[in-house]
Design a protein around this ligand. Structure first.
Ligand code: NAP
Length: 264
């Protein structure tokens, strides 16, 4: 089922985690295509600065929403913002890393990540899809990760919540088959965004990873939008990431080649 990205007249797109990285890149691309935008984030200054820039450059409507998606109240406000006539694109992108061995962390940290990466995405998709069905067209993009394919020592819930997004997206696409509403689960690998910034909990030392492992944020978002409604539901940008996902999908091969990579 194809999706005409450019039919944006009078329609809304909502992007979670738009204050930075992939989310900001989606917002810029969709504003350029003429969409009215609901931009979500927590950092109100960065969110408002982006909204002001996009309004000035593209003369588009932009609403901002500050909400912590780790809270019931934040999710409820985001759902309310998504539940609007004319919503045509939802990008479930908000997310973060929070490394630490499972046995050494408090369980609440894992549940919080599950809320941001999964519960918020499911609740937002639910209202969004119903709105999209009213107009017979729409797209839900869930930003997962190549981590969805890998076993991840020291980041159990990150890998598990991203794997959930792949499974959720594939089955949601099956439910929506033939309706005009398409679904994508985007699985980026290492990408230059705010995710790996100094001061944030780090999975890796950016300066010690080879440059060829990294992609540019805009390249990944362009790929995502280009592939909307085309081919597979699960989309992996970049050959290197596709190889990682393939190897990760074969447990015996992954263990043989990579082993238990993150030793303490
Ligand atoms: N960069 C990578 O290498 C990479 C690779 C694979 C997948 N991803 C995924 O890509 C998505 C976007 O991340 P990014 O790389 O663009 O990183 P980023 O630049 O750090 O952006 C993350 C966004 O998520 C928002 N966010 C984080 N925690 C939140 C919470 N509790 N409630 C609401 N919003 C929250 C942030 O909001 P504030 O900044 O306003 O707090 C920010 O807008 C994430 O789902 C991440 O898992 C990233």
């Amino acid at each position: 089922m194809s999706f005409a990205l450019k039919e944006s007249e009078g329609t809304w797109a909502m992007v979670t985690g738009a204050s930075s990285g992939f989310g900001a890149a989606y917002a810029k691309r969709l504003a350029a295509l003429g969409y009215s935008l609901v931009l979500h984030g927590r950092d109100t200054d960065r969110l408002q600065a982006l909204a002001d820039d996009l309004q000035a450059e593209h003369k588009c409507r932009v609403e901002t929403l500050q909400a912590d998606l780790a809270s019931d109240e934040g999710i409820a406000r985001a759902v309310q913002a998504a539940d609007r006539p004319g919503l045509r694109i939802l990008v479930n992108n908000a997310g973060y890393g929070d490394p630490g061995l499972f046995q050494e962390r408090e369980v609440e940290a894992f549940i919080a990540m599950q809320k941001v990466h999964n519960e918020a995405a499911v609740r937002l998709a639910h209202v969004a899809v119903r709105r999209m069905l009213e107009q017979g067209s729409g797209a839900v993009v869930n930003v997962a990760s190549v981590a969805a394919w890998l076993p991840g020592r020291g980041s159990v819930m990150y890998y598990a919540t991203k794997a959930f997004l792949n499974a959720f997206s594939r089955s949601l696409a099956a439910d929506l088959h033939g309706t005009g509403v398409v679904v994508q689960s985007l699985c980026p690998g290492l990408t230059h965004t705010g995710f790996h910034d100094a001061g944030k909990p780090a999975y890796l030392d950016k300066s010690r990873t080879p440059r060829w492992l990294w992609m540019e944020c805009d390249t990944v978002v362009d790929f995502s939008l280009r592939m909307l409604g085309r081919g597979r539901v699960v989309q992996i940008p970049g050959v290197v990431n596709r190889i990682f996902a393939w190897v990760g999908g074969h447990d015996w091969l992954y263990r043989r080649l990579v082993g238990n990579v993150r030793k303490k």
